[in-house]
Design a binder for this molecule. Structure first.
Ligand SMILES: [Zn+2]
Length: 343
C-alpha cells in the first residue's frame, strides 16, 4: 500500500526516507492552506511510526495499527484541536493550556498498544500564549517514543521558538493533474473533475469532499454569486454588506478569509479574460459573466479591484478595524455596470 497521500511528493519522499533510516525528528510542522493535505500526511506518518510492516513498507495501510489509526481508534495517536464549544461560544478560539497539560501527561506514559505515541495538534496557530509556552517545554525535551505533529494554516502566527524546534514542511498546492486523476478514479466525469480541480486551487481535501457530496460546491457557488453581485451593487448596498461581512469576520475569521479568496479569484479571472487568456480562468463555468465584466471595465479598474481585495486581506490579518477595512474595500471595488441615473 504505502503512503496514501495525493501530491506532496517531495515531502512524502523525505518522510519515507526518514522512516526507513530511523532519522526522525521528534516534532514536525506541516504548514499550508486549509484542505491542502496536512492531516493526511500526519495520519500517514502516525501510521508509519506504528506500522507492523518492515520499515521500507511502512505504512502498509493493512495491519491492525494502520487500520485503527485510520479509523481514529488507536489509543496512542491523539489529536488536539479547538474544541467544538469554543468554536461557537464566547468568541474564544484558542487551544488552551489544559489541553497541552493533558498531552504532557499522556506523553509521560508508555505506549498502550503501539510502538510510540503520536500527538497531532491541528490548528497550531490557535495555541494561546500559555499553551504554546507549555508545549515548548515538551518540544525542548521530548520524551523518547513521543512524536508531535503540528498542523498550521497560518505559519506567521506561531511562536518562532516553536517553529525552530520542529522539522518544518511548507506544503504547496497539489498539481491539477493529480487532483483530476483522483477525482476521475472516484467516479467523477472528466468534465466535473475539471471544474472541481480548478475550483480547488490545489486543495486536494476540498476537491475530494466536494466530489463526495454537493454541499461544498453549492456553498462555493452561493459565495461566488455574492462576490460577483457586489460589482453591480449601488454603494449604499455595498456598505450594508460591509457591515454584514464584519459580523461574519467577528464570528468566523476563516470563513471571511475564504470568501475574500473567492473574491480575489473572481477578479483575477476577469483580468485573465481582459488579457485574452480565458483558458487560464478558475471559474471556467462562468465565462459569459467574466466576458461581460471584462468588457465593461478597464484593465486599470480590474487591477484596482485586485489590489483592494489584497489590501483588505492584509488589513484583516493585521487586526485593524474589520468594519473599516471592509468599507474601504467596498468603496474601491469598481462598478461593472453603471448605476441607473437618478433623475
Ligand atoms: Zn501497517
Amino acid at each position: 500500500m504505502g503512503w496514501s497521500v495525493i501530491g506532496h511528493r517531495r515531502v512524502v519522499d523525505d518522510l519515507r526516507r526518514s522512516v526507513e533510516t530511523g532519522a526522525l525528528a521528534h516534532a514536525y510542522l506541516f504548514a499550508g492552506p486549509r484542505s491542502i493535505g496536512k492531516m493526511e500526511i500526519a495520519l500517514n506518518l502516525a501510521q508509519a511510526l506504528n506500522c507492523a510492516a518492515p520499515a521500507a513498507e511502512r505504512p502498509c495501510g493493512a495491519c491492525r495499527a494502520c487500520q485503527r489509526i485510520r479509523q481514529g481508534k488507536h489509543s496512542d495517536v491523539s489529536t488536539i484541536a479547538l474544541n467544538a464549544g469554543e468554536r461557537q461560544g464566547e468568541n474564544r478560539r484558542d487551544i488552551r493550556i489544559e489541553q497541552i497539560k493533558e498531552l504532557q501527561q499522556a506523553a509521560g506514559l508508555r505506549p498502550f498498544e503501539g510502538a510510540c505515541r503520536v500527538f497531532i495538534i491541528d490548528g497550531a496557530e490557535h495555541l494561546n500564549q500559555d499553551a504554546a509556552n507549555r508545549l515548548l517545554k515538551t518540544l525542548e525535551e521530548p520524551p523518547s517514543g513521543v512524536y508531535i505533529l503540528l498542523l498550521a494554516t497560518d505559519l506567521p502566527r506561531l511562536l518562532p521558538t516553536i517553529v525552530s524546534r520542529c522539522r518544518t514542511h511548507e506544503l504547496q498546492g497539489v498539481p491539477a493533474r493529480d487532483i483530476a486523476a483522483a477525482l476521475v478514479a472516484q467516479g467523477q466525469s472528466p468534465e466535473q473533475a475539471q471544474h472541481l480541480t480548478r475550483w480547488s486551487e490545489g486543495r486536494i481535501g476540498w476537491a475530494l469532499r466536494a466530489a463526495a457530496g454537493p454541499a461544498l460546491a453549492d456553498a462555493r457557488r452561493d459565495a461566488m454569486e455574492q462576490a460577483i453581485a457586489l460589482s453591480s451593487q449601488p454603494l449604499h448596498d455595498r456598505l450594508r454588506s460591509a457591515g454584514d461581512f464584519a459580523d461574519v469576520f467577528a464570528r468566523d475569521r476563516d470563513a471571511m478569509q475564504q470568501w475574500l479568496a473567492l473574491l480575489t479569484q473572481w477578479w483575477r479571472d476577469v483580468l485573465l479574460v481582459k488579457a485574452e487568456r480565458p483558458d487560464l480562468v478558475t471559474n471556467s463555468d462562468r465565462t459569459g459573466m467574466l466576458e461581460e465584466t471584462a468588457a465593461a471595465l478597464s484593465t486599470r479598474d480590474i487591477a484596482t479591484a485586485i489590489v483592494s481585495v489584497r489590501d483588505a486581506v492584509g488589513q484583516l490579518q493585521s487586526n485593524v478595524n474589520a468594519h473599516l477595512a471592509l468599507e474601504m474595500l467596498m468603496l474601491h471595488l469598481p462598478m461593472a455596470q453603471p448605476a441607473k441615473a437618478v433623475s
